[in-house]
Design a protein. Structure first.
Length: 208
């Protein structure tokens, strides 16, 4: 007697491609790259397309940003030195339009002050000669006798030392206090005398 029996069995069948794919999962990055390279070399029909989707960075594109690889590349500057040195200076066409402040000339200030004290042309001429003879510190280094001789020789006008000394006393009354003094001692005495005059004036104004 022949019996027919229907039986259902489940079998797991793995394809060779799946086995090969599983083997790829156990490879690290370096081994995987070597395996891919080997497959490309063995099979001429395969092409390396790994750079197909990578963005192309133009070397001279201003919008692209490229990181420096190391310090040598970062520290290297291919800009010529003459361009950077030239750029550090102001060009003639880029100079700031600011007025140049003239230096203070105390001699001119003294001459203007003295002209306010008198209209005598002789005294003004002597005073200007005295002021021009002062050194950069405002002191009179020459003796009055030598100064009188210099004026007589240069201006072709004779002047006595006493007349020149009287004008010098008037110049010493100008500002700043102590100007035209013949030495430091006389400069300090002039300043003390001026302070004493101000003190007496304040006392007189206050009623003491």
């Amino acid at each position: 007697m022949i019996n027919q029996r229907l039986a259902q069995k489940q079998r797991l069948k793995i394809l060779p491609q799946q086995i090969q794919l599983l083997n790829f999962f156990h490879l690290n990055t370096l081994e995987l790259e070597q395996r891919i390279q080997q497959e490309i070399e063995d099979n001429p029909l395969l092409e390396d397309q790994k750079n197909e989707f990578e963005p192309v960075v133009e070397k001279f594109n201003k919008d692209s940003v490229q990181d420096y690889q190391d310090w040598e590349e970062y520290g290297y500057d291919d800009i010529p030195d003459y361009k950077t040195e030239y750029g550090n200076y102001l060009h003639n066409d880029k100079l700031p339009e600011k007025p140049v402040v003239g230096s203070y000339d105390y001699r001119k200030s003294l001459k203007d002050q003295y002209k306010l004290t008198t209209d005598n042309e002789r005294e003004i001429e002597l005073a200007e000669f005295i002021i021009d003879s002062l050194n950069d510190c405002g002191l009179m280094e020459q003796p009055v006798e030598n100064l009188a001789e210099d004026f007589s020789f240069k201006q072709n006008k004779w002047v006595e030392s006493d007349e020149l000394l009287a004008v010098l006393r008037q110049v010493q009354q100008l500002e700043p206090v102590g100007i035209a003094a013949r030495n430091i001692k006389e400069c300090l005495l002039i300043q003390l005398h001026r302070l004493n005059e101000k003190y007496l004036m304040l006392r007189w104004q206050s009623g003491y």
